[in-house]
Design a protein around this ligand. Sequence first.
Ligand SMILES: C=C(CC[C@@H](C)[C@H]1CC[C@H]2C3=CC[C@H]4[C@H](C)[C@@H](O)CC[C@]4(C)[C@H]3CC[C@]12C)C(C)C
Ligand SMILES: C[S@@+](CC[C@H](N)C(=O)[O-])C[C@H]1O[C@@H](n2cnc3c(N)ncnc32)[C@H](O)[C@@H]1O
Length: 325
Amino acid sequence: MDSITLICTASLLACGLFWFVCIIGSAEQKGKVQDYYEQYQSFFRRPTEIETAGKWAWGKSFHLSPSIPGKSDRDATRLHEEMAVDLLNVKPGDKILDAGCGIGGPMREIAAHSCANVVGITINEYQVKRAKMHNKKAGLDKQCDVVCGNFLEMSFDDNTFDGAYSIEVTCHAPKLEKVYGEIYRVLKPGSLYVSYEWVTTELYRGDEDEHVEVIQGIKREDALPGLRSYKDIAEVAKRVGFEVVNEEDLASNPWWNRLKMGRIAYWRNRIVVTVLEWLGIAPKGTVDVHEMLFVTADYLTRGGETGIFTPMRMILCRKPESKSD
Ligand SMILES: C=C(CC[C@@H](C)[C@H]1CC[C@H]2C3=CC[C@H]4[C@H](C)[C@@H](O)CC[C@]4(C)[C@H]3CC[C@]12C)C(C)C
Ligand SMILES: C[S@@+](CC[C@H](N)C(=O)[O-])C[C@H]1O[C@@H](n2cnc3c(N)ncnc32)[C@H](O)[C@@H]1O
């Protein structure tokens, strides 16, 4: 290695270390790089892992939440999750299902808040591993279990659960009937199901170019099979047998401001992931994923600002006591 290569290598290493130390050093950002990396991993099923001790604003929850004046993003996320289980009216010791549990951020919050036992299902094996590890670390592994499987064909027996929820998940299902039908099947009669849905709102116009561009952008960048209208959700729920107890858009406060903050941090984050990828700590492609998320964030923000899209259309349904009720 000649001296110029040596100097360049040393400078890049120093830059990488500088960024790493800056991020790790700040109390607010502690662990951000590792968790950031972990989320990329989880999204894209890469099995390598970096242990994470700290937490960052997105925590272990892969969903959006309405901002709450005077509350941090973390608290707003927690309250959004707690609202789901509060709606279910569960008792301590009840068994509830988290359909599409990710790495279990909501599951642990919900278990701790409600004292219910939560069983999560995700199709992603890497997420199962991470969720179990985090459950153990949080001392909640007796209350929280995670299985790998498809929520369109679950291995649970009929009438197993005292409640169920799904947070920003069912948009991945090509047919909503299939996932709602499965959740209906595994719920005990009389039990409740709550879902936070990604949908277009009543403001969406299929003949307006900007609306179409934004919704197509969200679908494409988030790899969704389609995006439903808010009107479709209750219809499907009723078709599979549920009674619809309540339906409401929880997006009264902007949920997209956090994504704008992500944009401000764009260059800092980009440099961090570039250095990590260059050093071989992050896998090849991490920078591309960062770029893709940045584009996604822009479409989601435009969807929120125009009011044509919401990621938190809440539907609360009950499985009747008996089918004829
Ligand atoms: C899979 C889903 C999850 C939705 C959200 C949790 C994520 C969708 C877009 C993600 C993000 C976009 C921009 C990133 C930013 C460029 C980066 O610097 C910091 C992280 C982001 C803010 C990131 C965080 C998670 C998302 C909001 C859907 C399909 C159900
Ligand atoms: C946006 S993440 C939300 C995760 C979690 N609800 C949260 O808020 O942190 C979507 C989740 O749905 C899961 N998922 C998508 N399709 C699935 C399927 N067919 N069966 C089971 N899980 C699925 C993904 O693996 C991921 O965990």
